[in-house]
Design a protein. Structure first.
Length: 402
């Protein structure tokens, strides 16, 4: 019997929940793409995106998902035969590296596995060993959405500097922008990629590359160039269509404007704190459940956990059953396990993820946790009771009585 009436909750790590205000902003007649409100609105979106990324650099907008922004960044920075150093901490940096390899880039990988952040000391050693400076760029993700690890972006920059290496520093913030503290300029990031459908609360379909002057100089010296992916005309358009290399993503721009307004009203710092509170509620629940059963947080070290998504393992148990129980009976959709290929993880079925990025609040997070706890009871998955109560305490402590 399904109990699911009311609003479904897609608690996967992207696409995230789309606020009504964003949906309503998109619900309109097709606008003029040559003049009028859309042109002004686009300028304001560009300025606002830079504030969210904490950069005075440039942002280029693409009609693309995250994979498209990978391609955009690769196409501007690399020529076939160049070398990139990929810091693999799950699945997504490796995926970015594979996209670069298809572009003819030689890939050197430092693999940190599925449970740890990238170690700055190993990065420094690898760059130090490259005395001829063949490595043109270092590729990393801030949040790896498969492992839910958070890499220490500032520490990795310091490692590059300590090695005295000129490589560009390229960071994928697709899962983390507007969920996790990120300071593009202060942290010395040269290229950053992001997309609309995670912390930015807008349906998938627009993606962004941010770059600084150092990256612009590398792009200018690149002997190959893609007319479509080239970011230079997009950041200094003479005609409106050049922002997008063609037709504007009309309705997405209205949606994104509304989402950015919501972020401005909340304040970026408050938004990061809210994400941290929700993440801690999830971690506390899982740790409580794990006191009497197989559930574990995939990332043991709290400082290395993403505040946008949590990966939960249950060795020897079929968590796909739990996911199906939740979606069929309650309207809650949990994330699948990604990147856990070894047989011990049952093809990823003993892993699931809870996305807690973007437009979420305690009723949604505590509701999702309570639903998971109900599912474990219904399916007789061993766990210690009380995970939801422990999560409620985290929420209470974050919002004390005045
Ligand atoms: C979601 C995600 C991607 C891929 O984005 P798509 O929009 O699915 O192409 C890349 N990197 C990270 C870190 C992600 O979370």
């Amino acid at each position: 019997m399904t109990l699911s009436r009311g609003r479904d909750y897609l608690a996967i790590p992207g696409p995230s929940v789309v606020p009504d205000r964003v949906l309503q902003a998109m619900h309109r007649a097709a606008p003029n793409i040559y003049e009028g409100p859309l042109v002004e609105l686009t300028r304001s979106v560009v300025a606002n995106l830079k504030r969210v990324a904490r950069t005075e650099g440039e942002v280029a907008i693409y009609i693309a998902n995250g994979h498209g922004t990978w391609e955009a960044a690769i196409s501007n920075i690399f020529a076939p035969g160049d070398t990139a150093l990929v810091l693999s901490t799950g699945r997504f940096a490796a995926g970015w590296g594979e996209a670069a390899r298809a572009h003819g880039v030689r890939i050197a990988t430092l693999d940190f596995g599925m449970h740890e952040p990238a170690d700055p000391a190993r990065v420094q050693d690898a760059l130090w060993a490259d005395q001829e400076h063949r490595i043109k760029a270092v590729l990393v993700v801030q949040t790896d959405t498969a492992s839910s690890v958070k890499n220490d972006v500032a520490a990795l920059r310091a490692a590059i500097d300590a090695a005295g290496h000129p490589a560009l520093f390229m960071v994928d913030c697709i899962a983390s922008l507007a969920c996790e503290r990120f300071e593009m300029d202060a942290w010395g990031v040269d290229v950053m990629v992001a997309a609309s459908q995670k912390g930015l609360m807008t349906p998938p379909g627009v993606g962004f590359t941010f770059h600084n002057g150092k990256a612009a100089a590398v792009r200018a010296g690149n002997p190959v160039r893609s007319l479509y992916w080239d970011w230079a005309p997009r950041v200094a358009p003479e005609r409106f269509y050049q922002y997008f290399g063609g037709t504007a993503p009309t309705h997405h721009l209205f949606g994104l404007r509304a989402a950015l307004d919501m972020l401005e009203e909340e304040g970026l710092e408050a938004c990061w704190t809210r994400h941290e509170t929700h993440a801690r509620a999830v971690w506390t629940a899982v740790e409580t459940w794990g006191g009497g059963g197989p559930l574990r947080l995939n990332i043991a070290e709290p400082a290395a956990r993403s505040t946008a998504v949590t990966t939960i393992t249950a060795k020897g148990h079929d968590m796909a059953r739990l996911r199906h129980w939740c979606s069929e009976n309650t309207g809650l959709t949990l994330g699948i396990g990604l990147g856990f290929e070894e047989p011990e993880w049952c093809g990823g079925d003993s892993v699931f993820r809870i996305g807690h990025m973007g437009h979420v609040n305690p009723p949604m997070i505590l509701g999702a946790l309570a639903t998971v706890e109900a599912g474990m009871q219904a399916l007789e998955i061993p766990h210690r009771r009380g995970g939801v109560g422990a999560a409620a305490e985290v929420v209470a402590a974050a919002a004390p009585a005045r």
